[in-house]
Design a protein around this ligand. Structure first.
Ligand code: SF4
Length: 462
């Protein structure tokens, strides 16, 4: 049995710079699924804590994955749950947290108490397999790497520790893989995709590659290494021709790099991307002070590009209780604050809020020559809800505000969305082309199915 713990992945607007795939595809587990099936085992994948009757017979082995070290709580909660359910099964824990923390006292103590065996680093044998997507049939994209390791050694990053050995897929290998998988959307989880020495021929391949007789869309989850773009500007053209979407450039250092970042943006714009569609990856709550980070936002506003922000948490950290909805702050110690460079709770919240406003302005107001206004934020939230139900673009805010029925309907839609997010379920709705009457009818049915009847919704305070 493969277990992906209940990680609290953020669910954000797909259009937004901060869109992170609601559920990362647990590629490692899917590859292990292929390997174990090849060995003749019955394999199932579970996400979070499932009831005994949902699982069936006792598994011989339970393989649990882990991601960010600061989400260790979710890993141990799930392991504890399955250890109680299956005292005799072998439990193995692998993934990022297991690789980085396995020598720490707390980790060892828990592993001993719960009889957990640890797997460190990549699983060499499983790496030879393609992910088994039958274990996650709703995933419509292929998640993969075209290289492992990195040419750099950034102090905040674990890639070079997790993947000390650099390996690169060749054009032929990646072509064979994409054809065998047969999906028309591919997301690369590489940390520094342009560092693959075969990148140019791979991008040329992507330009013409057809799968199911259709072109493929690509995305790199991490930012492009702008220094490599500048070194070989043709890469920007090839990236565009290859149909990479949601392009991001990493700006990890201070203001001294501003000219270089501007040149890198210009390369992408000359290649055919619109400024609005480019995003700048920034790490905050780290060595660059709040004041400099605010200046970085101002420069991004001048350049008309979005920002993808990432709050720094040290690799040694095994908890993170930051709560963005606590607007008036959290007590010291709830989460990591890099006070060495002057960060504090207030500055962290303020920076986050400024990035959010900036992105909404870039997306909805900049091209119309309008300043940011609070209503855009409201409309942006409604837009996200509409996307969840595949309903396209919402009506204008004034129309919604003047329609009690729309307001009620959106409120119920938000409740359903929240239910799905809390329960870590993917959206299954497709309301394309529905009018308000039809949406209203469908929403009532869903709420009734989830909660018995619509009155219970209010009682349960959904
Ligand atoms: S370039 Fe990116 S992947 Fe490489 S070490 Fe730096 S942050 Fe990590």
């Amino acid at each position: 049995m493969l277990v992906e713990p209940d990680f609290p992945y953020p669910c954000k607007s797909k259009k937004g710079a901060n869109y992170i795939h609601k559920n990362f595809v647990p590629i490692g587990l899917l590859k292990l699924g292929s390997l174990y099936r090849d060995l003749g085992c019955d394999v199932q994948l579970v996400r979070g804590e499932k009831r005994r009757e949902e699982i069936g017979k006792q598994p011989d082995e339970i393989l649990v994955t882990s991601v960010f070290t600061y989400w260790s709580k979710y890993v141990w909660d799930n392991i504890r749950y399955y250890r109680e359910m299956f005292p005799a099964s072998i439990i193995r824990l692998g993934g990022i947290y297991a690789t980085l923390h396995n020598k720490q006292k707390k980790f060892k103590k828990l592993a001993r108490a719960l009889k957990v065996r640890t797997h460190k680093g990549l699983h060499r044998k499983a790496e030879e397999y393609l992910p088994d997507y039958t274990l996650l049939p709703k995933v419509d994209y292929h998640a993969t790497h075209m290289m492992r390791g990195c040419i750099r050694r950034c102090s905040f990053c674990g890639t070079w520790i997790l993947e000390p050995e650099r390996t690169n897929k060749s054009k032929t290998e990646i072509e064979k893989e994409l054809i065998a998988i047969g999906k028309n959307r591919v997301i690369f989880y590489d940390n520094n995709i342009l560092a693959n020495p075969h990148i140019k021929e791979i991008l040329q391949l992507f330009e013409n590659l057809k799968v199911n007789k259709k072109p493929v869309l690509y995305e790199s989850q991490s930012g492009f290494d702008g220094r490599l773009l500048e070194k070989d500007p043709e890469l920007a053209v090839l990236i565009k021709k290859a149909r990479f979407q949601n392009v991001r450039i990493a700006w990890d250092n201070g203001l001294a790099d501003q000219d270089a970042i501007k040149r890198q943006i210009d390369l992408l714009v000359m290649a055919g991307y619109k400024q609005n569609d480019i995003s700048i990856f920034m790490i905050y709550n780290f060595n660059i002070s709040y004041e400099q980070m605010i200046r970085k936002i101002e420069l991004c506003a001048k350049w008309g590009v979005q920002i993808t922000d990432c709050r720094y948490r040290p690799l040694e950290l095994d908890f993170d209780n930051y709560n963005s909805s606590m607007r008036y702050g959290q007590p010291t110690g709830s989460y990591y604050i890099h006070d060495k460079s002057g960060w504090n709770d207030k500055k962290i919240r303020d920076f986050r809020s400024q990035v959010r406003k900036h992105n909404i302005w870039v997306r909805y107001a900049k091209d119309k020559g309008r300043p940011y206004d609070k209503n855009m934020e409201r409309w942006s939230d409604i837009h996200t809800t509409f996307k969840f139900f595949k309903m396209g673009r919402p009506p204008q805010l004034e129309i919604i505000e003047n329609s009690p029925k729309w307001k009620q309907c959106i409120q119920s839609m938000n409740k359903i969305k929240r239910y799905f997010n809390v329960n870590n379920k993917l959206s299954q709705f497709d309301f394309k082309g529905f009018n308000l009457e039809k949406v209203d009818r469908e929403i009532k049915v869903i709420i009734e199915n989830l909660y018995g009847n619509t009155d219970n919704v209010a009682k349960k305070g959904m």
